[in-house]
Design a protein around this ligand. Sequence first.
Ligand code: C5P
Length: 306
Amino acid sequence: MAADVTAAGGAGASPVWLNEKARAKVNLTLAVLGRRADGFHLLDSLVAFADIADELSLEPGPGLSLEVYGSRAKEAGAVADNLVLKAAKALAERHDGLTLGHFRLDKRLPAAAGIGGGSSDAAAALRLIARANELPLTDEKVLAAARATGSDVPVCLQVVGRWMRDAGETLSAPVPLPPLPAVLLNPGVATPTADVFRTLALPAGTAISPDLSLAAAIEGEKSPTALIRHLDRGRNDLEPAALVLRPAIGEALAVLRGQPTCRLARMSGSGATVFGLFETAEAAVAARQAIAERRPGWWVVDTVIG
Ligand code: C5P
C-alpha cells in the first residue's frame, strides 16, 4: 500500500497533505452461497488488488469537505453522495473529537464498474483519517465504520488479498498471491450492484457450503501459471445475471477470450469490468494494445493484480 506525506510550498504554515492510493479491487472468484433474511447475499470471494488506483488526499483540519476532479470525476455522481464522505461521517459518529478535514479525490477508475472504485476510495478515506488521528486500522470503530459504509469497504481497508465471506463482514487472513499480469476491460455500461443481485432472484434463507478445496489449492501458490489454473476452477456467480442486464459484458469477455495469450477471462464483482489473466506482462501489454485498437470507446488497461 503506498502512503506518503507532501508539504506544498516549503516550511512554516504550508498545508500538510496525507496521500493514499485507492487501488482497484478485483474479485478473482465470486461464489454466491445464499441469501440472508435481511436480503444480503452470502459470498465466498477471493479479492485481490490491481496496481491502478484513484488518488485520495486529506488536509487534516476542522470540518469535512470533498473536492472530486480527474478524468472520471463526472461519472462519480454528486459529491454529497460520495462514499468518502459517508465513510468519514460513519467514523466521526463512532469516535468523538476526530480531526477530519478537506479531501481531494483524483477519480481515475470507472464508477459502478465492479472494481470497487467507491469502496476503495471510502477505505482510503478511513486510512487517512486513522493516520491523521493516530488510530490503528484494527480499531473496532474503524472496522465498524467500514462495514457501515458498504459491503466491499472492509476488504479494501488493508489492500491485501483475502477471502471475503458472508456479506463482506468476514475476512480471511491475508492470502499472499504472486503478481498476476492482467488486462481490465470495461465496455462503458454502468451496472448497479443491487440490480444484479436482484436478478439472481434467490429465495431468502438459502445457503450452500463454500468450496474450501479451492482456497486450500490457492494457499501458498507461488507460480502465476499454476494459480491461474486453480482460479479456472472458480467462477463469478453474478456473471450470468449481469450478462442478462448488460449484454456488452458478454462482448467484452469474448474479446478477452479472443486474445490467444489470455489464460482466463472473468467478470469482477457485479460488473461491468472484466479481467483477463496472462502469464507475462508483455502478453498483457500486447493484448491491451490489440483490444484498444479494436474497441477505441472501451476502457482498457494493463496492470498487475496481486
Ligand atoms: O453494500 P453495498 O452498498 O455495496 O451493496 C449494494 C447493494 O447490493 C445492496 O443494497 C444489496 O441490494 C446488494 N448486495 C447484496 N449482497 C451483498 C452485497 C450487496 O444483496 N453481499
